[in-house]
Design a protein around this ligand. Structure first.
Ligand SMILES: Nc1ncnc2c1ncn2[C@@H]1O[C@H](COP(=O)(O)OP(=O)(O)OP(=O)(O)O)[C@@H](O)[C@H]1O
Ligand SMILES: [Mg+2]
Length: 246
């Protein structure tokens, strides 16, 4: 199962087939000229990312600036390219022959001008079918980056309530937002249970947009524990470990 578990495209297709979950998944296609220009026309901003990626490696943001100009944001580098042909060639120079997909960008809210999303840990104990949200952390992208991966972007980790309060969506009721995030996270793992019946832990990458609409960016089967260690949230960290043992 090692292979399917890390294949973002297979997991996306499987989740998208759930009518309950589908509205929470950003539109995603395998990368091609056609899918790239199609998604850019519909969404103006897309993320191009490796099917087998991890830790934010190889994630490229492409934006349609109009007048046949495209902005590329890769790692901490930004560049503007004239023309579709040049743009596609430039992206190809970064992606090489690796399998890539293209995904609608979620227009994330910010904290101190930097976009953020969340890592949500969902677990069940051995011999239990009850899923529980055991941890949640806000991941703020480091200055100049689009990916929120803590190590790659030198980003920040924050607890949920103080994070939301210091963000551009502080006007939203945090409790309602949190309940929605939990609901969509639980829907996701219940769906994935059919694909990975023995699995007991997920780390979901969840993003809210500027209106507070929740999306699932992806479901990780082997989530890092380092977020909760770094956050110094002892209580959450211990809870996650006790579910792992239990
Ligand atoms: N569609 C999107 N809209 C907005 N931001 C996105 C989108 N896709 C990815 N990102 C940003 O890029 C990060 C990395 O993307 P993704 O999780 O798909 O790749 P990854 O390499 O598997 O990362 P990880 O190993 O941390 O899970 C996300 O956590 C998020 O910050
Ligand atoms: Mg991820």
């Amino acid at each position: 199962m090692g292979t399917v578990a890390k294949n973002k495209w297979v997991k996306y297709v499987f989740m998208k087939k759930s009518t309950a979950l589908s509205p929470y998944l950003p539109e995603t296609r395998m990368m091609s000229q056609q899918s790239l220009w199609g998604l850019l026309e519909r969404h103006r901003h897309v993320m191009v990312k490796p099917v087998w990626g991890s830790r934010g490696r190889g994630v490229i943001q492409v934006s349609d600036l109009g007048h046949d100009r495209y902005a590329i944001h890769y790692e901490s580098m930004k560049t503007v390219i004239q023309g579709r042909e040049n743009t596609y060639r430039y992206i190809k120079s970064k992606t090489g022959s690796a399998q890539y997909m293209v995904q609608q960008r979620i227009d994330r809210p910010t904290i101190h001008k930097q976009p953020f999303d969340l890592r949500v840990i969902v677990q069940r104990k051995k011999n239990s079918s009850r899923w529980t949200v055991t941890g949640k952390v806000i991941k703020v992208a480091g200055k100049g980056y689009i990916v929120s991966n803590n190590t790659r972007s030198s980003g920040k980790l924050l607890k949920f309530n103080p994070g939301i309060k210091s963000s551009t969506i502080s006007y939203l009721p945090a409790a309602a937002l949190e309940a929605e995030i939990d609901k969509v996270s639980l829907l996701s793992v219940r769906r994935l249970e059919a694909l990975f019946p023995e699995h007991r832990i997920y780390g979901l990458d969840v993003a809210a947009d500027r209106q507070g609409r929740v999306s699932i960016i992806e479901a990780n089967l082997f989530p890092a524990m380092s977020h909760f260690r770094k956050l110094k949230d002892e209580k959450t960290y211990r809870r996650i470990l006790s579910y792992k043992r239990g």
